[in-house]
Write a protein that binds this ligand. Sequence first.
Ligand SMILES: Nc1nc2c(c(=O)[nH]1)N[C@H]1C(S)=C(S)[C@@H](COP(=O)(O)OP(=O)(O)OC[C@H]3O[C@@H](n4cnc5c(=O)[nH]c(N)nc54)[C@H](O)[C@@H]3O)O[C@H]1N2
Ligand SMILES: Nc1nc2c(c(=O)[nH]1)N[C@H]1C(S)=C(S)[C@@H](COP(=O)(O)OP(=O)(O)OC[C@H]3O[C@@H](n4cnc5c(=O)[nH]c(N)nc54)[C@H](O)[C@@H]3O)O[C@H]1N2
Ligand code: SF4
Ligand SMILES: [Mo]
Length: 717
Amino acid sequence: MSTTMAPNVKAVSSPGKRTVYSMCGMCAVRCPMEVKVEDGRVTWLQGNTHDKAIGASLCAKGAAGLAFEADDQRPQTPLIRSGPRGSGQWRRASWDEALDHIADKLKDTVETFGPRGIALSDRGGFFNDLARTFVKALGSPNYFNHDVTCGGNVHNAARATFGFSHAALVPDFERTKHLVLYGRNIVESLMVKEVKAFMTAMSRGMRCTYIDPRASATAAKATRFWQVRPNSDYALNLALIHEVLQKEAYDKDFVERFVSGMDVLREAVKDTTPEWQEAHTGVPAGELREFVAEIAGQRPGVVFNPGWMTARHKQSFHVSRTALILNALMGNLEVPGGFIIGKRPVFYGRKGLKPLAERVPAVAEPRVDGAGTTHPTWDPAIGALHQLFAAAETGQPYGIGAYIAYRHDPVTALPDAEALKRAMDKLNLIVSIDVRYSETGWYSDVILPESTYLERANILAQLPGPVPVFVMRDQAIAPRFDSRPAWWIFREILRRMGRMEALDFETIEEIWNYQLEGTGVTVDDMREAGIVRLADAPRLGTRDELKFFTPSGKIEIDSALMAKAGLPFLPPYQPNTAPGGDRFTLLFGRPPTLAHGQSLNNPLLREAAPEQRLWIHPERASPLGIRDGDWVEVSGGGSYVGRLRALVTKWIHAEAVFMLHGYGATVPLATRALGVGVADQRLQHGKLYEFDPAGAGNALTETTVRVQRAAMQGVPA
Ligand SMILES: Nc1nc2c(c(=O)[nH]1)N[C@H]1C(S)=C(S)[C@@H](COP(=O)(O)OP(=O)(O)OC[C@H]3O[C@@H](n4cnc5c(=O)[nH]c(N)nc54)[C@H](O)[C@@H]3O)O[C@H]1N2
Ligand SMILES: Nc1nc2c(c(=O)[nH]1)N[C@H]1C(S)=C(S)[C@@H](COP(=O)(O)OP(=O)(O)OC[C@H]3O[C@@H](n4cnc5c(=O)[nH]c(N)nc54)[C@H](O)[C@@H]3O)O[C@H]1N2
Ligand code: SF4
Ligand SMILES: [Mo]
């Protein structure tokens, strides 16, 4: 049988108007949405109105989905490299040819390195059962998600302390009295449901303390803003805990029953007074005391959101952990106004989706990054991606021959693209499965175009929450080009590797039926509203039901996992030295209209994208002769020099400069993004293998850059 036939085209060719339930694919948040289709064409996109938390809302990126669909500047057939890597020489290939080519190279890899020499990384999230199953079916332990440059440290800190991920902690915004955010720029780096809930909570009077070296739009909404020194949040948290304990402003019953290691905590914070932290963070001791007095009267409705920006420097595992500990001290777990713990179906007496990964036996080989073995605090479910590239480069602890980037663009997402490419050069196969030309795709050997989120269906996903739900991304329209859905691509590679049993399905409906087995939910139920709630209303667990999945069953300040890893529970704060003269700490973030590197080539989002400017404090700009609007040059120590205009403002800490991420693309076929702005990741020179030892997250916010006024002003010709 020819394997090239496109699946599921029949499902979408029906005439007339209809609504298809899907999930937005314009960023990794994946909001539930409704797609209006007329005669096989999408006419309207909006949020899924069956989900009250989102209603009809989408963000600007979501609304630009039609422009993305209409864009021809994306891979239209499989492509095989025909010149040196990165040279941009490609030949079009049929699916059979491209897949055979990949399978041949994978077989070579297995021969040289064993199955463990094949690795895959993806964007993680709801649908990752598929990619995990694929890697497991190949016999490799080396599945990675993107988390070393995102929330990995927060995730690992929560795992080491609570025994579950921070993703299971859902703030009860409707009743929260005080929300504390560490660089969590809720209103710009947004998730539609969350920003709506936040704005509603603020208008009913919720207090918000926002901590950031930069005044983002969230700072403007907050009721208190602390412009801290970059990477100093750990000092702040140690002092907050000191003051909370000293003033006995914590929930003694909760702590007594659920927290282990309070003696360790008391010892670690005995000298970290409000005055001590002032020199490190810049937050006046008096303001810190006022804050603690305020929350003493608000708890347990006080939520310390560990965010993501606590996750990008060498002590950020401990920032996240102390933020999580502060929540425990507030006693705010599973109480109104605090964090509601995400429930699994079994909590409501229901059965969850059947995992595809169960179809394949466990892989006995250890992971190449040592996650879960030599590094007990690194969750093997997410891995430490930089260590994959370290192994590709050195052959230690074992060699890696083939790498698949699925829905992931590490050349943009990991720091120091030059160093990464040096490691990639050692691989004998690099495959990118993407919907557009990513920087990684451009440096790969084969590009496989996945059908876009509107042109394909995904496996079903199960999301924990106060009420767990099953969600669906159904196919709305036929693919415009010669693309395929991921489940089909993975199945066809497995078929060629003699491992098809894992994904032996002919249609997506067959997969859905398999997943839904025994749940009492049918494919028709899923198609009715795109979302099935597993209970009518949320039920708060009682304290007797509260469980932590640590060895002691408690919240472990004296974490058994950390002890096993030989890590100190609460090490002393290590301040960074303040850069002076023309040196600055480089900070970064996102605008509401762009998702990482994937949006700037979208015609509508390119138009809406703000000009990328370098935020710099007047006291530091002035001695360098830099005035607002001047062109400046930024260098991170490598050969790459960025050129952009200065935004001279006191709303950035004097030690830091700030720029938006998602600019500076180099792929010639994506003409609208090409050469626009500066790639912050390319300025993060030498940071590929610099990471937090406890959580494995890359130390992105410890980058020092040099800034000078450009000799040549104005736009280069
Ligand atoms: N310097 C610096 N580095 C950073 C960051 C930063 O701000 N500055 N941010 C960090 C953060 S928080 C994160 S999460 C990571 C994000 O890094 P990535 O996960 O790499 O980024 P994304 O843009 O979300 O998506 C990755 C790729 O998936 C592709 N894609 C989108 N939709 C689909 C689809 O439907 N199918 C397939 N197959 N592919 C698809 C996109 O085109 C893109 O190439 O970057 C991190 N790295
Ligand atoms: N529009 C849009 N929304 C998105 C995304 C997107 O690409 N575009 N991506 C999604 C993803 S993957 C993620 S992870 C989230 C990211 O969500 P956030 O982490 O909220 O997003 P960033 O824009 O990276 O914001 C980081 C802020 O942290 C501050 N910061 C830097 N260093 C420090 C520090 O040491 N301490 C403190 N307290 N603050 C610091 C920066 O100045 C900046 O204002 O956004 C999600 N939402
Ligand atoms: S946040 Fe915006 S772009 Fe991201 S999934 Fe939701 S609507 Fe789409
Ligand atoms: Mo992220």
